[in-house]
Design a protein around this ligand. Structure first.
Ligand code: SAH
Length: 342
């Protein structure tokens, strides 16, 4: 395993195997979580140890091959090149309550949602824990802006990369690392029911977001292939179990697509089906993806939809779209980069 993917006890054990005393573990762990690019920067380690670590555990750091900053809202988008040449996107958004980093969990995505640019080339591979951590570390270092919140809403399906994502959460939350509170982390899934149950068992204090995007199986089947494996009833049942296990209110993402899922009838159907499940809805006007015929809903349709939900007792916010001038929505920058290179 990559040294940067290891927990503090694991690093301590790895260093012990190299004949090192226990305190070295914490020294190395702390350096790694500061985002050093080489062992040479670990100035409180003996030269001989730096050399043997370089040999045994080569250290990688991603390279920013593109960086775009929005002139409108200060959103910064990075395209990071990983050690094997693959690229992933990370977005830094500035809100009044602090800076949020949106990270990718996979290179590409296997889920096939009809409106999403991330999935157009399918899944290439899952990210290692340290590759998720690096996105946070190096975005913070490069931008000079402290990261307070993390959302797992970039390229990929986090629950399809379950073990690595759980390990990443443990690392980024650790006291000797970035120490980012679980309550400041959101994980979004398109609805992998067995994994939602597995996540519930961990009883983490993170926020769970569900990409719902439809009021029924008819609509979801059309735009989200995952619904064929885990239909909406099963998904909502899993959400109820999740709420019972964690007492955490669930966030539902709902991309508003013209003529597909944005009618008043759809809003009323949602209200009926969500009964008894504490929920918050994020209504997101669809970001148009070049390859797709789907179009965003009108402002009026979004407002009507929001009002029906709110009148029915479900809080719903219309997500402000950030970084519209820099291809900041999922997978668009990586996609463009791939096309330019082809
Ligand atoms: N695979 C996870 C994580 C991705 S999160 C998931 O599906 O939840 C990214 C969010 O943006 C998801 O809610 C996704 O459905 C949504 N999304 C993807 N493409 C979009 C687009 N073109 N416009 C608006 N939202 C989009």
């Amino acid at each position: 395993m990559n040294l940067k993917s290891m927990t503090l006890p694991e690093i301590t054990a790895a260093l012990k195997a190299l004949g090192q005393p226990a305190f070295r573990g914490k020294q190395v762990y702390t350096w790694l979580h500061k985002g050093v690019r080489s062992y040479e920067e670990m100035t409180n380690l003996p030269k001989s140890l730096r050399d043997s670590l370089t040999q045994q555990y080569p250290l990688y750091a991603p390279v920013a091959v593109r960086k775009q900053e929005s002139q409108r809202d200060g959103t910064i988008k990075y395209l990071w090149q990983l050690q094997d040449g693959n690229c992933v996107e990370t977005v830094l958004m500035r809100y009044h309550y602090g800076n949020t980093v949106c990270i990718s969990t996979e290179v590409g995505c296997p889920m096939g949602c009809a409106f999403c640019a991330s999935t157009l080339g399918g899944l290439v591979r899952k990210l290692e824990p340290f590759e998720m951590l690096d996105q946070v570390l190096f975005t913070q270092l490069d931008s000079g802006l402290p990261v307070n919140h993390i959302v797992l809403m970039g390229i990929g399906e986090p629950l399809d990369n379950f073990d690595n994502v759980m390990r990443f959460l443990e690392l980024v939350n650790s006291e000797d690392g970035m120490n980012i509170s679980m309550r400041h982390i959101s994980l979004s899934t398109c609805g992998l029911v067995p994994k939602i149950d597995e996540l519930a068992k961990r009883k983490l204090q993170i926020s769970l977001a569900i990409s719902l995007h439809g009021p029924n199986d008819g609509v979801r089947d059309r735009i989200m292939p995952v619904n064929k494996a885990y239909p909406m009833d099963e998904l909502l049942a899993a959400c109820r179990r999740y709420y019972e296990a964690t007492s955490r209110r669930i966030h539902f993402e709902y991309a508003m697509i013209d003529g597909v899922n944005d009618t008043p009838e759809a809003a009323r159907e949602l209200l009926r089906r969500m009964k008894g499940l504490p929920a918050h809805f994020n209504l997101i006007p669809l970001n148009h993806v070049e390859e797709s015929p789907l179009k965003p809903s009108s402002k009026a349709a979004v407002a009507t939809f929001q009002k029906i939900l709110e009148d029915g007792g479900i809080t719903a916010t219309v997500r402000r779209t950030l970084g519209g001038d820099i291809d900041a929505s999922c997978g668009q920058l990586r996609r463009k980069h791939q096309k330019n290179q082809a």
